[in-house]
Design a protein around this ligand. Structure first.
Ligand SMILES: [Zn+2]
Ligand SMILES: [Zn+2]
Length: 200
């Protein structure tokens, strides 16, 4: 929807109801908040297209509607082949009075214990299957992309010790791995929490 200051990014809202009043059409909306508009502000793990469904409701003239966009569930968003300007995702709801998020906790990864940001590259360890920012484990994106089977420092050390303790003939007993993957393939099945919500 058209923001009061037209140089701002568009406001995103879920339209809950349309009401006709003579020639006017009003819409009851539930606002989505962008990270920078929350009490805590934008954090490192917030993606560029992340928004939060709030409990802040308003009635607006339908004339302020600029267009339609899609708010995806997080898993669906990760599986988009192309992310367009109309694509957003929502993985938390926001209480605009208290500044609280629901759920309060989301999964964290890497040594830095940070939630995933879809705009930031991470690599999965083939052994422990945690995800890491290359810089947090003393490497670079370029180095990581050169290897087919990434091992985080702890797992690499454990493997080296394993090698040292094995006779040559036992090497084939080492676990095999499937190579690096794009971020989560595992949790793709939970669909449609927010997907195709009607927003303006
Ligand atoms: Zn990290
Ligand atoms: Zn590991």
């Amino acid at each position: 929807m058209l923001p009061p200051d037209t140089s701002d990014k568009p406001y995103v809202a879920l339209v809950e109801k349309l009401e006709h009043d003579g020639n006017n059409v009003d819409v009851s909306v539930r606002w989505y908040y962008r990270p920078e508009d929350t009490i805590g502000g934008r954090q490192k793990f917030h993606g560029e297209n992340e928004i939060f469904l709030s409990d802040h409701r308003d009635v607006q003239s339908a004339r302020t509607i600029e267009g339609k966009c899609v708010v995806h569930s997080y898993d669906d968003y990760l599986n988009l082949e192309n992310v367009g300007v109309e694509d957003y995702y929502c993985r938390m709801e926001y209480n605009f009075i208290t500044g609280a998020f629901a759920p309060e906790r989301i999964d964290v990864f890497c040594k830095c214990d940070t939630p995933h940001n879809p705009d930031v590259f991470m690599v999965q360890c083939d052994d422990c299957e945690d995800w890491y920012h290359p810089a947090c484990v003393g490497t670079t994106i370029e180095e990581v992309k050169k290897t087919d089977n990434y091992l985080c420092p702890e797992c690499e050390e454990a493997h080296n010790e394993y090698f040292l303790n094995q006779s040559r003939t036992d090497v084939s007993a080492l676990p095999t791995s499937n190579g690096n993957q794009a971020f989560p393939k595992a949790s793709i099945s939970s669909k449609c929490k927010q997907s195709a919500a009607r927003v303006v």
